[in-house]
Design a protein around this ligand. Structure first.
Ligand SMILES: NC(=O)C1=CN([C@@H]2O[C@H](COP(=O)(O)OP(=O)(O)OC[C@H]3O[C@@H](n4cnc5c(N)ncnc54)[C@H](OP(=O)(O)O)[C@@H]3O)[C@@H](O)[C@H]2O)C=CC1
Ligand SMILES: O=C([O-])C1=[NH+]CCC1
Length: 351
């Protein structure tokens, strides 16, 4: 089949299933088990499909170099531990967080339904991805969900002078009665590290307030942020203490509570090419039918309508759902050179 192109933009449109299959082949070819490959390919393909570019196909070379470096175990078998009626713990065994989550998912949902709320604590895990794929499915099952993960020391705490926190994202999902779940997923830094890398490659500047250079001076040059500089917490000149407080909370809940590393604790210097943070993740889910005393999904709808009436037409998640619909109808947009590089990584069947 000839791959349809988008013309002068040097993009190709790849059918979602084909893209996912190529990613599975890349992961397996570079040292993961079939189960791990499937979990990572689902996540990364979904990010590209939804236009979540900082954690889409752009990340694949980073996964490959991390696997090659021996920093992560692509064949790790997660161990799920039933700690208490509302608490599951997973030792990811130096593997990726997504297969660890997958191993515990069904038992976790059973606990949420039985107790009204449950916690899933993943430790000794690598999360190199967007978080919304970890909570959107729970909301599609009628649950309210919150997750957070810490990453690598690249964010200066507010008022501080050295990188300490990770970019530490938080994602939340809630079911709606008449639409796709309401989902937000945001780094607690001014922007994701991935977006700084993308800006550096594209030769773009970033807004002032995103980061500082190696001397702690504000800079708009992404390379200065990446090479010896650091990101700042979100919130800007007068509100960075809020992003910083949330980043602190993520360190405590995703690492201290789960048994994972803080973002500043792991040392990957002996593994050149390693890119995935070795930390922890916490997922909390609530069954609103047991707690709200009302129809939660209807209440969510009322709030969305009120926000729209107040002038907020775009809800978090809307952009992704719109891009998802376009990708599923016409193919997922991918940079043509990048796609060629991925086919080569996938090996003979695809090159
Ligand atoms: N694994 C890891 O360690 C890390 C992963 N990440 C990931 O990086 C990704 C990007 O993070 P970040 O740069 O903070 O994301 P963005 O700032 O791009 O977006 C954050 C959230 O705000 C929503 N949003 C954006 N613009 C508007 C608007 N005008 N009105 C209403 N809502 C809006 C987005 O919805 P929409 O999606 O619809 O645009 C999204 O839910 C996330 O997926 C995050 O999980 C980040 C840090 C570390
Ligand atoms: O974009 C980001 O900040 C990160 N993504 C994976 C690890 C950190």
């Amino acid at each position: 089949m000839t791959t349809p192109t988008l013309g002068p933009t040097d993009q190709v449109l790849i059918p979602f299933d084909e893209m996912r299959a190529v990613l599975c082949q890349i992961f397996e070819r570079h040292g993961t088990s079939a189960e791990v490959a499937a979990a990572l390919a689902d996540n990364c393909a979904a990010a590209q499909r939804d236009g979540a570019m900082s954690h889409g196909l752009f990340r694949i070379p980073g996964y490959v170099s991390t696997l090659k470096s021996g920093w992560v175990d692509g064949k790790a078998v997660p161990v799920v531990e039933d700690k208490a009626p509302g608490f599951l713990s997973v030792d990811a065994a130096n593997g990726y967080a997504q297969p660890a989550y997958r191993a515990a998912y069904e038992a976790f949902v059973r606990k949420v339904r039985a107790n009204g709320i449950a916690l899933l604590a993943i430790r000794r895990s690598h999360h190199f991805a967007a978080l919304w794929p970890d909570v959107e499915p729970l909301a599609r099952e009628g649950l309210v969900a919150l997750t957070m993960v810490n990453s690598m020391a690249c964010v200066v705490p507010s008022g501080g002078n050295k990188a300490l926190f990770g970019t530490n994202p938080i994602a939340f999902a809630a079911p709606r009665e008449n639409g796709d779940p309401l989902v937000f997923d945001l780094a607690t830094s001014a922007t994701a590290h991935g977006d700084i890398q993308i800006a550096a490659r594209a030769g773009h500047e970033v807004p002032i307030g995103y980061g500082v250079d190696r001397h702690g001076e504000p800079t708009t040059k992404p390379k200065e942020i990446l090479e010896g500089g650091a990101l700042l917490p979100f919130g800007g000149e007068h509100g960075a203490h809020k992003g910083s407080a949330l980043a602190m909370m993520v360190e405590l809940l995703a690492a201290a509570l789960t048994g994972g590393n803080f973002s500043f604790e792991f040392d990957w210097s002996q593994h050149p090419g390693a890119q995935s943070p070795y930390t922890g993740q916490l997922i909390i889910a609530i069954d609103p039918s047991l707690t709200s005393g009302q129809n939660f999904a209807q209440r969510c709808e009322t709030l969305v309508q009120a926000m729209a009436d107040a002038g907020q037409q775009r809800q978090p998640g809307d952009r992704r759902y719109e891009q998802r619909a376009r990708s599923m109808a016409h193919g997922v947009p991918v940079d043509a050179a990048q796609w060629q590089q991925l086919l080569e990584l996938a090996g003979p069947a695809h090159a």
